[in-house]
Design a protein around this ligand. Structure first.
Ligand SMILES: [Fe+2]
Ligand SMILES: [Fe+2]
Length: 325
């Protein structure tokens, strides 16, 4: 049986792939500037500078759009933690170091532009937002490692996670843009989503190369990540409440997770068609297959519950209207 590669061996073997993908990324990435996406003429001073402080009536965003914007922004704000995770697992050497720096600089734009937009348009309470940012960043983020699982090469685990996570944030930003009901916000979030897509492609290519290099070992990390996947914002204030709201209204729900994130990536890697696994990889693939079948059943269950909940809410709203009139 082929032995597992160490973290160092993986990074060395895959460095040329990383170099080629850094070049690919740089040739595809478009330069853009956060200030071009913010309607500055809507801005005015807050009370500390003789103006008026924020109040709920100033926001044009729905409760749903607010929850989604805050969740996505706080996730972007936690960049120092993600930088640490990626830098530790990918190393700072050669193309790996170039990528870590470039990726971090690109991600920083996302938080800058979203905060500028929300502050200038008074979309959310800036004091509550700042308090939530302080709590979230102080807690930091550590990638969720399944208890009891010894991961020999954390690079594999990390690269599999960020592949799915970048695609998940792409979906979430894209759908948040649609519910903001503001073409400026939609354009800004489309711009961010395009970045997330390019990031996903980098990580997906690297993880795909790892799968070719050491199929059984890589699939074990991929399978673990899929079975324990959590959105990166876990732990932020109101994460559950906002997550439920976003799932309820199709910004990021279980079907999107399965059909727009997990399935297309596994397809790209040919996970269910490839013939280079040994018995160990076959066993992992079988477990993964069973997990995905269960996820499919959970999707149906979730949607049935959601339909019932939305119908109940609609009926209640109708009753309330009747009482008022
Ligand atoms: Fe981002
Ligand atoms: Fe990203």
């Amino acid at each position: 049986m082929a032995r597992d590669l160490t973290q160092l061996e993986l990074l060395q073997e895959l460095e040329p792939v990383a170099a080629a993908n850094v070049d690919r990324h740089l040739s595809m990435a478009k330069e853009w500037h956060p200030h071009d996406y913010v309607p500055w003429d809507e801005g005015r001073n807050f009370a500390a500078m003789g103006g008026v402080d924020w109040e709920p009536g100033q926001s044009r965003l729905s409760e749903l759009a607010k929850a989604a914007m805050i969740t996505n922004l706080l996730t972007e704000d936690n960049l120092p933690s993600y930088h640490r995770e990626i830098a530790e697992n990918f190393s700072q050497d050669g193309a790996w170091g170039t990528w870590v720096g470039r990726w971090t600089a690109e991600e920083n734009r996302h938080g800058i532009v979203m905060r500028d937009y929300l502050t200038v348009t008074r979309g959310v309470d800036p004091v509550a937002l700042e308090q939530a940012r302080m709590i979230h960043m102080t807690n930091g983020y550590a990638s969720p490692k399944p208890l009891g699982e010894a991961i020999e090469a954390s690079f594999l685990y990390s690269v599999a996670y960020v592949t799915f996570q970048e695609l998940a944030t792409r979906v979430s930003h894209r759908n948040t843009g649609k519910v903001c009901d503001d073409p400026i916000a939609d354009r800004m979030l489309q711009r961010i989503a395009a970045d997330e897509n390019l990031h996903m492609i980098f990580y997906r290519n690297l993880c795909g190369a790892a799968l070719d290099l050491t199929p059984d070992q890589a699939l074990e990390s991929i399978s673990l990540i899929i079975q324990h996947f959590q959105m990166p914002g876990a732990g932020m204030p109101n994460f559950r409440r906002n997550g439920v709201l976003m799932a309820k209204h199709g910004i990021y729900d279980l079907r999107q997770h399965l059909e727009e994130v997990v399935t297309p990536v596994l397809k790209k890697w040919n996970v269910f068609e490839r013939t280079d696994f040994t018995a160990r990889g076959e066993k992992t693939r079988e477990e993964l297959g069973l997990f995905l079948e269960k996820l499919e059943r959970d999707v149906v269950k979730f949607e049935e519950q959601r339909d019932r909940m939305l119908a109940r809410e609609a009926a209640k709203a109708e009753r309330d209207m009747a009482t008022v009139s």
